[in-house]
Design a binder for this molecule. Structure first.
Ligand code: FAD
Length: 481
């Protein structure tokens, strides 16, 4: 297993990363991308604090990161979830995501390609390398998509969805762009997956593969959204913790055959996209838990700091927040407890209905949770003093005299600054959009929830209650609303 420094040393290569219009020489030395890389790197030192969770020893005595442990049952999934939760708590509510998402994709690829050689052998070999070399892997699934009403094969520009433009004896050449690829500037490998189901005549878009980030033609245009000033007092999270997404451009990238997992099998694209999401939404709800704990903790602490803990409306809001956080946690645990096992591979996966219910519950109520914390905190969230004011010997006495509450100003303002990061500043905006869109939009979660529910037992029950004769399963045509 690698440690943080070995991981960072591995990022020094010829990768093409752009930031604010300029080519980045060295991502680790870069003032913003370097911060994001160090945030991710801390994940590689997690074993020191959580050896029971972070390190797995298999039956043959081989030791590797638990992120790369293939789940075989619900206990494995529950342990994976606890690891993601612990890692994100260490990351001050921001997920590291440099092994979580890559392993989600590797598990999905192994399941979908089972029994199809040479693809199954290729993904098995790639997975073993990730596990044995403890690699960091990003996943580019979301295509830029252009006009959303048009399928990939109907877009005016065929490059809007990543596709194969040339086939050579030793590999394929791909072109196009993926959007929002998290962590890609500071990982070792990039897995590319199709974003949606494809029609029979859309074979050129049915492509999945893995490439090193330093592959020629791979251009990473990094977002500067979290380019905040270095002010740790007012920004206690985002000064040291960042995640960076890229527009990931494939300018005729050559992929050697042994790295191609899907090429032309349009009938597998939708299954692969959904199987990945089955794992990835479980990762998502696991990494949301520290964020929700922080909102609950902040609401309690700020209510005390403001002297309003006993107010009826505050208790009501605290109760709501506790119920919200614990519902998402409970559903996440239940998704592991209800795990299913894929017959062909013996690989376990979280129950899709419960996973989507957890993610949907989290996402649809997230802004209400923020509203409650904002309500309890008060307006200083956006009108409070900055670092320089607090450090000024002339101004500090005024801040201490006038901005205290039921606790001294130093404590109240520290809590308010943390709350501001989570509800009002750039980091809050980032988390808010992440809540709605990342790992699939709200509508995608509802759709999967609807599709995963088997209405038969409930229908039989009401028919029995109503005294109506039972009907064969195939006769039931009306899905539940
Ligand atoms: C911070 C962040 C990190 C992310 N990280 C990754 C990552 O690492 N890898 C990755 O692959 N992706 C990543 N994503 C992408 C994420 O999965 C997408 O944002 C999400 O799937 C929504 O896609 P979109 O952003 O293109 O929005 P759109 O799909 O354009 O959605 C906008 C709206 O249009 C609706 N819509 C879209 N198409 C249709 C249609 N045909 N019919 C009806 N309604 C439609 C949607 O339901 C939604 O309401 C990340 C996103 C964020 C915000």
């Amino acid at each position: 297993m690698r440690d943080a420094q070995t991981f960072l040393d591995g990022l020094k290569d010829e990768r093409e990363v752009w930031y604010r219009g300029e080519r980045v020489d060295d991502v680790v030395d870069h003032e913003v991308i370097g911060t994001a890389a160090r945030h991710a790197a801390a994940d590689f030192d997690l074993g020191a604090e959580h050896p029971d969770l972070a390190v797995t020893t298999d039956r043959s005595g081989r030791t590797y990161s638990t992120f790369w442990h293939v789940p075989r049952n619900g206990d494995d999934l529950a342990r994976r979830s606890r690891l993601i939760e612990a890692s994100t708590a260490q990351g001050a509510t921001l997920v590291a995501l440099v092994r979580e998402i890559g392993s989600d994709a590797a598990f999905a690829l192994q399941r979908v390609l089972a029994g199809r050689d040479p693809e199954a052998e290729r993904i098995a070999a790639f997975y073993e390398r990730c596990r044995d070399d403890d690699l960091a892997v990003a996943v580019a699934q979301t295509d830029v998509k252009g006009d959303r009403s048009l399928r990939p094969g109907r877009q005016e520009d065929p490059d809007i969805y990543v596709h194969v433009v040339d086939r050579r004896p030793d590999g394929i050449v791909v072109r196009g762009a993926k959007a929002h690829t998290s962590c890609s500037p500071y990982v070792d490998e990039l897995i590319v997956l199709p974003t949606r189901a494809l029609a029979e005549d859309e074979q050129e878009w049915a492509v999945a593969f893995a490439v090193p980030v330093s592959t020629p033609g791979l251009r990473l245009l990094a977002s500067d959204y979290l380019h905040t000033e270095d002010t740790p007092w007012t920004r206690p999270i985002s000064t040291d913790h960042k995640m960076i997404e890229t527009l990931t451009v494939f300018d005729d990238v050559f992929v050697p055959s042994e790295r191609v997992f899907l090429d032309g099998q349009a009938e597998l694209a939708g299954e692969l996209a959904l199987t990945f999401v089955e794992y990835h939404r479980f990762t998502a709800v696991s990494y949301k838990l520290p964020l929700l704990d922080a909102l609950v903790g902040l609401a309690v602490a700020l209510a005390e700091a403001n002297g309003i803990s006993r107010a009826g409306h505050v208790r009501d809001k605290l109760t709501w927040l506790i119920g919200y956080a614990e519902t998402v946690r409970g559903l996440t645990h239940l998704a592991a407890a209800r795990a299913r096992v894929d017959e062909a591979t013996g690989i376990a996966y979280p129950d899709p209905l419960t996973t989507n219910l957890a993610k949907w519950t989290f996402a649809r109520e997230y802004s209400r949770a923020l509203e409650h914390v904002i309500d309890i905190a008060g307006g200083l969230l956006v009108t409070g003093p900055g670092d320089a004011d607090w450090e000024s010997p002339e101004l500090r006495p005024y801040l201490e005299k006038y901005l205290g509450g039921a606790v001294p100003a130093a404590e109240r303002l520290a809590l308010l600054n943390l709350a501001s990061e989570l509800t009002a500043r750039d980091y809050a905006g980032y988390q808010n959009v992440l809540a709605v869109h990342a790992e699939g939009s709200l509508e995608a979660e509802k759709l999967m929830l609807y599709r995963s529910y088997d209405p038969q037992p409930a229908l039989e029950f009401v028919r029995q209650l109503a005294g109506v004769a039972p009907r064969a399963a195939e006769e039931v045509t009306t899905p539940v609303p």
